[in-house]
Design a protein around this ligand. Structure first.
Ligand code: C5P
Length: 230
């Protein structure tokens, strides 16, 4: 099996507040990133993961494996693209240039087995790859500089990009490097691929595969676990 995951966990968590980066917040006795790792590595087709850490991270527990599968670590960068690039470079040699790689946020703990399965099933049948996404449910407004509403954006065919995202190792590296060289900040991997003219597949996933960004998101995940009886 050559399917591996890259888990960027090098964020400093500035938006969340407090001094613990959000990937290390304790939930049910484990750091948040352990929940994200378990969701990935519990899948029989996922063989291991590279966890990308911030330089000077002293909280990483030093795990060499998780769910019985190998873990590697490397040091990330100031921008998400730099962290993912470092993770791709740290994959084992057995992962070939045209093998698919999963990229999944360390702060996204509530990925379901069914969604991961769908992403792998459908994404590996696509020449480019695929991302999990959820339809936009709210009405979207575009504002002007003065805070007034310029217009309403029709929400048909608008999606929220989630993770994991599934792309080929070398194509993704090239796309991320190109975005970085162009000085463009990318907020997900697909954006870098799209800039290269690729059209990744959208795989509709659950709304509740959310990213923990605020304390309310953390409470939401605790509520999910409580309902599961943990
Ligand atoms: O900041 P944001 O919520 O977009 O971060 C998403 C994920 O990317 C988090 O798991 C975070 O740790 C990671 N990240 C990273 N390197 C950065 C910025 C974010 O690994 N420079």
């Amino acid at each position: 099996g050559r399917l591996w995951a890259v888990v960027p966990a090098a964020g400093r968590g500035a938006r969340f507040g407090g001094d613990v980066p959000k990937q290390y917040l304790d939930v049910a006795g484990e750091p948040l990133l352990a929940h994200a790792l378990r969701a990935l590595l519990a899948h029989p087709k996922v063989n291991g993961a590279v966890v990308v850490l911030a330089d000077g991270d002293e909280r990483w527990p030093g795990w060499a494996e998780f769910e019985g599968k190998p873990l590697r670590t490397c040091i990330g960068g100031d921008a998400r693209a730099d962290s993912v690039l470092a993770g791709l470079a740290a994959l084992p040699d057995e992962v070939r240039a045209d093998d698919f790689v999963l990229v999944h946020d360390a702060a996204r703990p509530n990925l379901s087995a069914a969604d991961l399965d769908q992403l792998l099933e459908r994404g590996r049948g696509d020449p480019v790859g695929a991302i999990l996404a959820a339809p936009v449910r709210d009405t979207l407004k575009r504002s002007g500089d003065d805070g007034g509403i310029d217009r309403t954006e029709p929400r048909e065919r608008l999606w929220r990009a989630l993770t994991p995202q599934l792309f080929r190792r070398l194509q993704l590296s090239r796309a991320l490097e190109a975005a970085r060289d162009a000085g463009i900040e990318i907020t997900d991997e697909s954006m870098a691929m799209e800039r290269q003219g690729h059209r990744p597949l959208l795989v509709e996933g659950a709304e509740d595969n959310f990213k923990v960004t605020t304390p309310a998101d953390l409470a939401r995940f605790e509520f999910v676990l409580a309902r599961r009886g943990l």
